[in-house]
Design a protein around this ligand. Structure first.
Ligand SMILES: [Zn+2]
Length: 264
């Protein structure tokens, strides 16, 4: 008779519909399962869960983008070997060991991939936030819902580029840390510090707050997060996915060949 439902409030944090209009039977992984995420969230309906995992006509799916980009970081965190490519079954790029080149082979434009990657950060964020606080349905999260789930509007993401990466390769790397301090950043500054696999992103969560506090908040984080090394390290708004250096070019001589033709 009964089946397990992944609910707590019983309302989906994304579409805000309730059972029985929607079901909650499929395990909603906070970090995509394809990357190895094991933390299971709740109040994410099957429709929304499916949405994040399916490609739509004009856009590659956010779960896949997240998995591919962070999968590349994981693969290239070690010195590439002839086997590296085997760990990267990729829809978006291909790696050739002999020439040490990476080619983005996606038929999607860089701007589409960038937007989808940013949305995937918000998808993971809200699922974890709700898991941690139970407050994912709060109206202050409406901008996150609109952006990640309904592809409406735009939220700013900042990226901290360091020449040094402090990465943990253990199991912990597959959890999005969410300390009390990080949660209070949302209320105090409108931003959330998203730290994953040794990479720092600052996510604008509440634009009305973030616009008032951004200079202060970004300055504070720049002071804390930038590790002085060569002078190239900086904090910048993420407007092009290549800023993130998923292929860890900073540590090698890999060459990225990008086809920038925009199909849409
Ligand atoms: Zn839903």
């Amino acid at each position: 008779m009964g089946y397990k439902q992944y609910i707590k409030e019983g309302t989906c944090i994304w579409c805000q519909r309730n059972s029985p209009r929607v079901t909650f039977r499929n395990e909603p992984h906070i970090i995509p399962e394809s990357l190895g995420g094991t933390e299971i969230g709740f109040d994410i309906c099957d429709d929304c869960n499916r949405y994040f995992g399916s490609a739509n006509k004009n856009e590659p799916n956010t779960n896949l983008i997240f998995k591919e980009m962070f999968g590349a970081i994981r693969a290239f965190s070690c010195t590439p070997t002839p086997d590296t490519y085997k760990n990267l079954s990729s829809v978006y790029f291909e790696y050739r060991y002999k020439t040490n080149t990476i080619k983005i082979k996606s038929r999607f434009s860089i701007s589409v991939i960038t937007r989808q990657f940013k949305r995937s950060l918000y998808e993971v964020f809200l699922q974890k936030y709700h898991y941690q606080t139970g407050k994912g349905l709060d109206c202050k999260m409406d901008n996150v819902r609109n952006y990640a789930r309904w592809n409406k509007g735009n939220l700013r993401v900042y990226y901290v580029y360091n020449k040094v990466i402090l990465t943990s390769t253990g199991k912990d790397a597959l959890f999005l840390p969410m300390s009390d301090g990080a949660i209070s950043d949302i209320d105090d500054y409108g931003f959330f510090p998203f730290w994953f696999m040794g990479h720092y992103f600052l996510l604008e969560i509440i634009p009305s707050k973030a616009q008032l506090a951004d200079f202060l908040y970004l300055q504070k984080n720049a002071n804390q997060l930038i590790i002085p090394a060569t002078g190239e390290e900086r904090l910048m708004e993420l407007t092009d996915i290549r800023q993130v250096d998923f292929f860890m070019e900073r540590f090698g001589k890999k060459h990225i060949d990008v086809n920038e033709k925009c199909r849409y």
